[in-house]
Design a binder for this molecule. Structure first.
Ligand code: CDP
Ligand code: MG
Length: 884
């Protein structure tokens, strides 16, 4: 039965994921028949996206024959000239001895997995092996390019230049392409690119006809793009096999052996692809844990680097931190203490005393690695977690992540005292947004008589191998993209890395010789709080966002997509439904709805995908451009540039924190604030007024203390607002003039537009007073005698009630509302309510409406009665020509 379970999805994929695949397969069998009779025939065909595919006059059988003949597989076909020193350093890489088996396996299989430790030479050598075997050369059997994907731009660029150098070829032959920059040319043979670039190429050339082999590098990172790529490629391979003159070959490369999601996954590959393991050549690395886990890991990193520099033998130091700010701070601080210039200056000041002590001599007598007890470190306890350092609080470690005041750090007296004896540090930062030339500096030999110190993000964990590193300082944390499932806002959060990542980081110290890794956390934290492996990104982000992203890549049937690790199917379908309601996806028409696969992405959906927000909130932004609202808004845009909705969205973020943390006084204040808006039509306005007041006051901590709001939340909102404004400015140039840093107190009509925006993003969360839609309970309007008035909510079968905390609980029971959450306690409550006008629903929630036959009203206008939702709630009539 398991086989059946797996077979079904595959068939569905063939039928729905690539709706035209079937056609092509049918076409190609017709083609093959035709070719039997006329071997030289060439037929024009259409690809999955309607593009022309000209099939060359070569039969598939001929191709197979060629494959069958490949007893000489792996034989070098292209002669390359490498400089002697390149050849020499290549020979040191463990993967070089595996060239023959790797090339043979790739030639004889369409999908191959290669596993090898970071630094074993996968990224730089495998493309060269393939190049030498003829891939990417016009007159060979595999003329298509060799493509290599990387999750990061840094790696794509630096690896391209490295391989070009090794092969002595220009950047027009070994090229890279990243989102905003490329060196590709018509003569490119090897192309490094980010995984996003390849995904975009798939949208216009589904057969990837320019490539003969694609190498998916760093697959162990499980980035969403890489996962989706592997899923798509598993199908492209089949397509190419059946109808292209050459098959497409896929090489999946991973730094860890955790590859079962790719290999033992019949949904992905019916027969498990062969796995080649590259033997590791790694020197032993001694791991030292800190006794305590300090929240100030940045300061701790500086102290540790100082001590290593002062006391341990020569060898590069690699420091892992989480982001650009920390890295720049640490670099500046180390430069001040140990940079060549500052050391020289200090020496000059103390001239005459001890100048010129030979650093090499100093170190020669201090070469014993075991004298590291001074480091307050404990050896790695392989027997399991030692419980002796419970004096620390993880919560602290994670929450207190604000930028460290670098200048307030204690200076390390010992290190200061010894600095006359020190060689200068050669300090280099390394992070993704650093300009390329600066990134490349880590590969250059550091100046003689200096110690290399690289301060990096986890880009140095597996993507780039920095030569000469002997000491690793690992803060144990990384910045990760996270979504808050409650409010749908994307943010970057600092959290513990996985045990696998920690091992990778430690491994960086053992490339050149035995090394040391200093972990700025205790073994108890490691044992108790580090996951074995990090979760695939696709399981960490909310599903609606993933679905929208995939639809934007023309993957229409997301539920049938062969994910390496699939998200929950039920929630996938739910997400498709929600996106349809939001207008991001086309309503499936009668003809296509039989496959229940959900519609294609709309222009609205495409715009929504630009924002780093969950679809519901991006919808709110996009709606502010909706012609319906524009009409209503009457120039709101000129006055305030739709800024309120930005504030509103940002306001959503405070909500959760605010509701729990806001103290009583603030509650009253904001109620006052609310009252001063003269408006009690939406619970969400309260958040808006807090954000508005903050921005109006020019921000600052004093505002937060005074008003009892969380400074961090407010700062984040401020940043998010700036980010969203940038995106809006980039994509809607005409909105530019309106963006003001401060929000003036909103006018009444602006508040109405805001309510419409809120309606547009909660259009699938409408509630209506029960007596309006249920005839038998309509024995009059609401009874004031009854304490609470029952409502019907879309998709909720029970009666629901307005939560007493809502501003709408204090007014007479409204007829129609949209809600943010449903909460079940003794009863089912609606929270985060906004009063709406039902006349907005046909325009803002079109996909949930059906319209009656048009009729003439008294004034002689053609009208239609909309019915809303699956239960067909009748709404007030609208003009019939407004339906579309
Ligand atoms: O991909 P993998 O981690 O297996 O190894 P690689 O990135 O191909 O690196 C192989 C070797 O090339 C490492 O020892 C790097 O230090 C070196 N390399 C270099 O010196 N300069 C570069 N720009 C890239 C790699
Ligand atoms: Mg690599």
């Amino acid at each position: 039965s398991t086989v059946k379970e797996y077979v079904a999805p595959v068939r569905e994929v063939v039928d729905h994921l690539l709706p035209l695949e079937e056609n092509i397969v049918r076409e190609s069998s017709r083609l093959r028949k035709k070719r039997k009779t006329d071997p030289s025939s060439s037929i024009e065909m259409r690809g999955p996206l309607g593009e022309d595919i000209a099939l060359p006059p070569t039969s598939f059988a001929e191709h197979l024959k060629r494959l069958g003949q490949s007893t000489e597989a792996g034989r070098k076909m292209v002669v390359v000239t490498r400089r002697p020193e390149v050849e020499e350093s290549r020979l040191l890489l463990p993967i070089v001895t595996e060239e023959q088996p790797i090339v043979e396996t790739i030639l004889l299989n369409t999908v191959v997995v290669i596993c090898g430790e970071t630094g074993s030479g996968k990224t730089t050598q495998v493309p060269q092996f393939l190049f030498e075997a003829g891939f990417g050369s016009p007159d060979s059997d595999n003329p298509g390019m060799i493509g290599i994907t990387q999750p990061r731009r840094v790696a794509a660029m630096s690896m391209a230049s490295r391989v070009a150098q090794e092969l002595s070829l220009p950047s027009s032959r070994v090229s890279y392409q990243i989102r905003y920059d490329a060196t590709v040319s018509p003569s490119t043979s090897i192309k490094f690119m980010t995984d996003g670039v390849l995904l975009r190429e798939l949208a216009s050339d589904f057969l990837l006809s320019k490539y003969s082999v694609l190498i998916i590098d760093e697959a162990h990172e499980r980035s969403m793009n890489t996962d989706i790529l592997i899923g798509v490629l598993s199908r492209v391979v089949k397509l190419r096999e059946s109808l292209w003159r050459e098959p497409l070959r896929i090489v999946i490369m991973s730094a860890t052996l955790r590859i079962s999601d790719f290999v033992e996954n019949p949904t992905l590959f019916a027969t498990p692809p062969p796995v080649i393991k590259v033997p590791a050549r790694q020197h032993p690395v001694t791991v030292h844990f800190n006794r305590r886990t300090l929240s100030d890991y940045v300061g701790e990193a500086i102290r540790k680097a100082s001590k290593i520099h002062a006391r341990l033998p020569p060898g590069g130091i690699l420091i892992f931190l989480t982001g650009q700010n920390e890295i720049s701070g640490v670099c500046r601080r180390l430069e001040e203490r140990y940079g060549a210039q500052s050391l020289a200056e200090r020496r000059k000041r103390r001239k005459g005393t001890q100048v010129g002590l030979d650093a090499q001599r100093f170190f020669r007598n201090d070469g014993d690695h075991d004298t590291v007890v001074d480091f307050e470190a404990e050896e790695m306890d392989l027997g399991g977690g030692s419980g002796d350092d419970l004096a620390f609080d993880v919560e602290d470690g994670l929450k207190d992540e604000k930028d460290v005041d670098m200048d307030a750090l204690d200076t390390d007296d010992e290190a200061q005292g010894e600095d006359q004896a020190l060689v200068p540090m050669h300090i280099l930062p390394l992070y993704s947004l650093l300009p390329t030339e600066k990134q490349m500096k880590v590969f250059e030999p550091s100046p003689a008589g200096t110690r290399l110190v690289v301060v990096a993000t986890n880009v140095a964990e597996t993507s780039l191998t920095i030569p000469g590193i002997r000491y690793v300082i690992d803060c144990g944390r990384a910045k990760e993209r996270r979504y808050n499932l409650a409010d749908g806002i994307q943010s970057f959060q600092i959290s513990w890395i996985s045990k696998a990542s920690a091992a990778q980081r430690a491994g960086r110290a053992g490339r050149t010789g035995p090394g040391h890794c200093y972990r700025l956390y205790s073994s108890a934290v490691f044992e108790n709080y580090f996951e074995q492996f990090s979760q695939p990104e696709i399981l960490r982000v909310p599903i609606e966002g993933v679905v929208l992203q995939m639809k934007c890549m023309h993957i229409d049937s997301v539920a049938n997509f062969p994910f390496p690790t699939p998200p929950d199917r039920q929630s996938l379908r739910q997400a498709e439904k929600m996106l349809t309601y939001l207008g991001a996806l086309e309503t499936p028409s009668i003809t296509t709805s039989c496959n229940a696969a959900g519609g294609a992405v709309t222009d609205v959906g495409r715009t929504m995908s630009l924002f780093p927000l969950s679809p519901r909130f991006s919808k709110m932004l996009v709606s502010s451009r909706d012609p319906f609202l524009r009409e209503e808004a009457l120039g709101v845009e000129e006055r305030s540039g739709g800024d309120e909705d930005l504030a509103h969205i940002s306001g959503e973020k405070v909500q959760s924190e605010e509701s729990s943390k806001l103290r009583r006084r603030e509650y009253f204040r904001s109620q006052q604030c609310h009252a001063s808006l003269g408006n009690s039509t939406s619970d969400l306005f309260r958040m808006l007024s807090v954000v508005g007041a903050y921005e109006y006051a020019g921000g600052g901590r004093s505002f937060c203390t005074e008003h009892f709001v969380m400074p961090k939340a407010m700062e984040e909102i401020h940043k998010l607002r700036a980010q969203i404004s940038d995106i809006v400015r980039a994509h809607f140039p005409d909105a530019d003039a309106g963006f003001t840093p401060k929000i003036p107190p909103p006018q009444d009509f602006q508040l109405r537009v805001l309510r419409q925006l809120i309606t547009s993003c909660f259009v699938d969360q409408v509630a209506v007073r029960k007596d309006l839609v249920e005839k038998d309970s309509a024995t009059g309007v609401q009874r004031t005698t009854a304490k609470r008035v029952a409502y019907r909510a879309l998709g909720v079968s029970e009666d629901v009630y307005i939560h007493p905390s809502s501003v709408l609980a204090t007014t007479s029971p409204p007829e129609y509302v949209v809600y943010h959450e449903v909460v079940r306690t003794s009863q089912v409550w609606l929270k985060g309510l906004t009063l709406i006008n039902p006349a907005w629903l046909p325009a803002l929630g079109k996909s949930l409406c059906t319209f009656s036959k048009p009729f003439k009203n008294k004034a002689g206008d053609m009208m239609a009665t909309p019915k809303f939702g699956p239960d067909g709630w009748e709404l007030p009539p609208v003009r019939a020509d407004n339906q579309q």
